[in-house]
Design a protein around this ligand. Structure first.
Ligand SMILES: [Cu+2]
Length: 343
């Protein structure tokens, strides 16, 4: 009897607290089998008007599990408010989904399954041909960084990452593919860098853990970015050379996508060395704080078994801590740079 009275009191207390504080955002992952879409939905989140990503409460990094064994062949994002009205995609600063059980292709860090910014748009490959297999119960980390450059505030916002899927059959999808990333600020830590006045560039070099073929490639640059070049230094061949797509105001609205599978892909080898260079041109007299990023990502067809993650590896541990936002943060923004336009 005594126990139930105590439970009752605790229950009343919990209800009172819940009435005051907004519900913390939670992640739901489910299959929409009529649309053949796997959905990751995070919410509710409040987005105050005119709020930068460092000025608002961010949803926590959350862990999820894939609800079924399927093959994914694309993704898109969707942001809606509590009434189901579409919220502008500009509120997405970035969303990352990582698979801590497998390593990245070019580094012993967790595999990046998805990295999107506001300009990424919808990406899709033919589902009968290509698919990224995931298994029921497989864990992932979901991290969303939001901001609200608009003058309207949004409440009860849900962020959805929607992946078209196909059941894995004996024949289809014909080719199992896995995502990879290659970032000029590899191996670990924050992926933005300052831009000095005038032309500048950043690059990183590395080799893949296993051989295989790069089947599709896309990338990400910020507004002052002029070019992204990814090359095989051993053969001196350029794999991908892209300039950003801009709107009439010069804002980067996207990057071209290289559908390398149309010419059977580009082979990469552990014995070769690869380099990615991001070129920037800053027309102002000032250093642009955290104004640059340079990354390519795409689909890879392994030519050997994909190695499991070595969870004791130093880089792996530092990267995972950073992904969970436990690692060191970038230096605070200087007051003079506060008005800088980000993404
Ligand atoms: Cu960026």
């Amino acid at each position: 009897m005594r126990t139930s009275t105590l439970t009752g009191a605790a229950c009343v207390l919990a209800t009172a607290v819940a009435a005051q504080a907004p519900a913390p955002p939670t992640l739901r992952t489910y299959l929409d089998s009529t649309k053949h879409e796997l959905v990751m939905a995070l919410g509710p989140v409040s987005l105050p008007a005119n709020a930068g990503h460092d000025a608002m409460a961010q949803p926590p990094v959350v862990e999820g599990e894939f609800p079924a064994s399927v093959a994914l062949h694309g993704f898109r994002t969707e942001v809606v408010d509590m009434h189901g009205q579409i919220v502008p995609a500009r509120v997405i600063h970035h969303i990352n989904v990582i698979d801590p059980a497998h390593r990245e292709l070019f580094l012993p860090i967790s595999r990046r399954l998805l990295a999107v910014g506001q300009e990424t748009g919808e990406q899709r490959v033919p589902g009968w041909l290509f698919g990224m297999p995931v298994t029921q119960g497989q864990r992932f980390l979901f991290s969303a960084m939001l901001h609200n450059p608009t003058s309207q505030e949004f409440h009860g916002v849900t962020i959805r990452v929607i992946w078209p899927y196909r059941r894995v059959g004996k024949v289809f999808p014909m080719v199992h593919v896995y995502p990879f990333q290659f970032d000029v600020l590899f191996p670990v830590g924050d992926k933005s860098f300052d831009l000095p006045p005038g032309p500048s560039s950043r690059s990183w070099e590395g080799s893949p853990a296993i051989p295989g073929r790069i089947l599709a490639v896309g990338g990400h640059l910020h507004d002052r970015g002029v070019r992204l070049v990814w090359e095989d230094l051993t053969t001196r061949k350029v794999i991908w050379d892209a300039r950003p797509i801009r709107d009439s105001l010069g804002i980067v609205v996207g990057m071209p996508v290289g559908r390398l599978y149309k010419r059977f892909g580009v082979r990469v080898e552990p014995s070769h060395r690869y380099r990615l260079t991001a070129y920037y041109e800053n027309p102002t007299q000032d250093t642009l704080y955290q104004g640059g990023m340079g990354v390519v990502g795409g689909l890879f067809r392994p030519g050997a078994d994909w190695p499991a993650a070595d969870t004791l590896d130093q880089l792996y541990q530092r990267d995972l801590a950073h992904a969970k936002r436990l690692g060191p943060r970038p230096p605070p923004r200087p007051a003079a740079a506060a008005a800088h336009h980000h993404h």
